[in-house]
Design a binder for this molecule. Sequence first.
Ligand SMILES: Cc1ncc(COP(=O)(O)O)c(C=O)c1O
Length: 366
Amino acid sequence: MADSWRDLDTPVPLVDLGRLERNLREMADIAGAYGVRQRPHTKTHKTREIARRQVDLGAHGITVAKVGEAEAMVDAGFEDILIAYPVIGARKYDRILPLLERARIRFAVDSAAGARAAADHFARHGRTVEVLIEHDGGANRSGVQNAEEAVALANLVDGLPGLTVAGIMSYANAYKTDDAAEQAEIGRTEGRAAVAVAEAVRAAGVAADTVSVGSTPTARHVVTVPGVTELRSGVYVFHDVKQVSLGVVGLDRCALTVLATVVSHPRPDRYVVDAGIKSLAGEDYGWGTHGIIVERPDLRITLATEEHGIITLPPDAEDPRWSIGDLVRIVPDHACGCANMHDALVVVDGEDVVDTWRVIGRGRVR
Ligand SMILES: Cc1ncc(COP(=O)(O)O)c(C=O)c1O
């Protein structure tokens, strides 16, 4: 193992251990202050080591998006997993069956067809699986649209063998505004809506103990809503350009960077590094960047192709005077996509390389 990250071959993802641990503790404190339990979304890091730290800090379980991620996390020793996604298809139900022998597995349902198919399957195998009724908390993707639909679906599930309602889950989209007051309102609105839906389901006679909500930008707001029981924030472990642009944290809180080498300086206003979208992930949320350069936070990856990260200097920018072969660190636009691009994350403490963590959920998209 290299002693210093400066000796590593590039491109390579680096995790700053001190920043990671601060981010982990802060979110545990946010949830703990209101007695809300954490079930962090591990799709951000997909590693055993970070999930273990989350559980050690009090998370009562973890969240994943896919059955494949659940398989990886059960193999890594985790025993309480929510697949926060509508799980559809007999092949997936067949893969959940053996996991039930080793862990508590819950998943989301938002349709009668999905509920019936899952219920038939699990009942045929003599199993009953806990599900959360997914309510669309404002993300405008999956989820029942109102309390009436939630009650109808909960009643249906309640009458089926093979499934049982454990509660409600929802997800809001706080990524559309950098206004702190609007983000706070989005978080509180999501929480209130999910609690109201859970109360309607309970009033209809179906137990719905869990009210699972939240994301990184909404976390500190959604936990203040009485009745919320579970917080699923994910990207907070690393933070990223998106969180910085939203005003959630400063750049000094970002724990994941990609170390890259300057490989070309073809004209005075352009440098090219060896980290493109296959290292940084392909998102650009409209802020005109695929990443911010740590050594020069005024400079960005302005364009990324597969293996080229292109830094175009703004007209008034001071030339960084990098030489070919120089190293730069890049804070990615979206940490979750970035981590998923790599087999392993190299853990650093200051200059020192202290560990390597395998991205065990990588590629587990089914
Ligand atoms: C269903 C669900 N829950 C929780 C999260 C975590 O949100 P964040 O990464 O903003 O903390 C996500 C993120 O995509 C999600 O899709």
